[in-house]
Design a protein around this ligand. Structure first.
Ligand code: AMP
Length: 451
């Protein structure tokens, strides 16, 4: 079985700017929340591609000297998040290759669902793979395509892959950005202040480098960036949008625009809807930081119950999901979140989180709040029960580890030791993100898979 190596990642591409790799580097900083395992940048100086990648945070992988070696006016970058613990830096991106047309680098966010099948066919024909990444399939498909021009080879290659992909390709003279036909993962296009273009997983990268948001790369669209030209658009696939609703629930940064809407606003809407459909009498509303903050603000505004900061988060500890054993996860939650007894003691507390996955965080939090003197703890979750794993690029554990797939609501409430527990229902969630048609993927809450 191929390891899922392209989960929860960020991609960025810069084209037509003298300091392309520096802008890519700054952008990766603002996209760090999408992946902390590894980071990398490839740049092109027109004659040659240069690549630096390694395990660790963006800040650790790069320094000024290294960035200087990434010369040229175009660059692509990537941050990777993966729970499959392969230590090899080969599994960091960009994936770089030399082939008959020259050199190319690829960055990928998403998960290819037919990766194993494609890889086996390639291996039967004599291909040799260096990594477990599904992205490496693309390199082979492009290199082996019988088309003459790179652009035709890319189009050829993307016809053979299925699943979720937001991709940026860099050749010596061009850059290409592409989204799968469903537009599962986000990818936006912006204009740099002193000429040139940027594409990135989230628009928070644009704000950092002073770029202006133009629009999203459309589902099924390939954008071609060539010197001295406006980006050329080719609609490779008929678009059938199925945007990942979990980007709004948890994944994206609140200051980003994703799928054309403010993440902060949609999260606040979820909190407001939650207050309408799952009210409870209480003295304070507190968030589980940072994920639960916008929804808790929305809940407080709608219910009129005061919003307070009842839990402090230590920002110097990585995300708890990374740890492979349950014992380590428990310990990390404890290190990461501490209660504020002066806010909580003697109060009836509504605590809001964006999601419950294994139940580790909620259980620990309820206990922590009770130990800090809370009279009652009412857990409210601003998304529906997470019942099914994601195959399109969000890192969720197998079904047997998802608490909502294995326990009833009441059993979960008892397990997390809360006085009450309630989730947002699917239709309220869809209302919160202003879904007008069936254009979101909600498989993690419904088990309704598209591909
Ligand atoms: P758990 O402790 O397993 O129930 O996880 C729930 C917590 O993890 C919540 O506080 C969420 O904000 C957060 N979370 C949800 N989905 C993910 C994910 N894919 N990766 C990392 N953290 C997540």
């Amino acid at each position: 079985m191929l390891e899922d190596m392209n989960e929860k990642c960020a991609v960025v591409g810069i084209y037509g700017h003298q300091e392309a790799s520096k802008l890519a580097y700054f952008s990766l900083h603002s996209l760090q929340h999408r992946g902390q395992e590894a980071a990398g940048i490839s740049s092109s100086d027109g004659k040659k591609l240069h690549t630096i990648k390694n395990r660790g945070l963006v800040m650790r992988v790069f320094n000024e000297r290294k960035l200087e070696t990434l010369s040229g006016s175009s660059a692509v970058g990537h941050t990777r998040y993966s729970t499959a613990g392969d230590d090899s830096i080969l599994d960091a991106q960009p994936v770089f290759a030399r082939y008959d047309l020259g050199e190319m680098a690829i960055v990928h966010n998403g998960n290819l669902t037919n990766a194993e099948e494609v890889r086996n066919k390639l291996i039967e024909k004599g291909a040799i793979f260096q990594t477990f990444m599904d992205t490496e399939n693309l390199i082979h498909l492009i290199a082996k395509s019988e088309k003459e021009k790179l652009i035709d080879r890319i189009i050829d290659a993307v016809h053979r892959i299925e699943g979720a992909f937001s991709l940026v390709f860099l050749s010596r003279s061009k850059m290409f950005a592409m989204r799968d036909r469903h537009g599962f993962r986000p990818l936006s296009l912006g204009k740099l202040p002193n000429g040139g273009y940027i594409v990135a997983s989230e628009t928070c990268a644009f704000d950092l480098v002073g770029a202006e948001y133009i629009r999203d790369v459309r589902p099924g669209e390939l954008l071609v960036f060539s010197e001295g030209k406006e980006p050329e658009s080719i609609q490779v696939f008929e678009p059938t949008p199925k945007h990942c609703i979990f980007e709004y629930v948890y994944f994206a940064r609140p200051d980003s625009m994703v799928f054309g809407q403010s993440v902060y606003q949609t999260r606040k809407n979820m909190g407001k809807e939650l207050a309408k459909v799952q009210p409870v009498e209480a003295d304070v509303v507190i968030p589980v930081p940072d994920g639960g903050v916008p929804a808790a603000i929305g809940y407080a505004q709608e219910s009129g119950i005061p919003y307070e900061m009842g839990i402090m988060r230590n920002h110097y500890i990585g995300r708890t999901f990374i740890e492979p054993t349950q014992e380590m996860r428990d310990l990390k939650v404890k290190m990461k979140l501490s209660p504020m007894p002066n806010v909580i003691a003697g109060k009836r507390v509504i605590v809001i989180d964006d999601s419950i996955v294994r139940g580790t965080t909620s259980k620990r939090i309820v206990r922590m709040l009770k130990e800090a003197g809370a009279k009652e703890v009412h857990m409210r979750v601003s998304s529906p029960p997470t019942t099914d794993p994601c195959f399109y690029g969000v890192d969720t554990p197998d079904k047997d580890k998802l608490i909502a797939a294995n326990m009833t609501l009441e059993e979960i409430r008892v397990y997390i030791e809360a006085d009450s527990l309630a989730y947002l229902d699917e239709s309220s969630l869809l209302r919160s993100v202003n879904a007008t048609e069936d254009n979101y993927c909600t498989a993690c809450f419904t088990g309704k898979y598209i591909v």
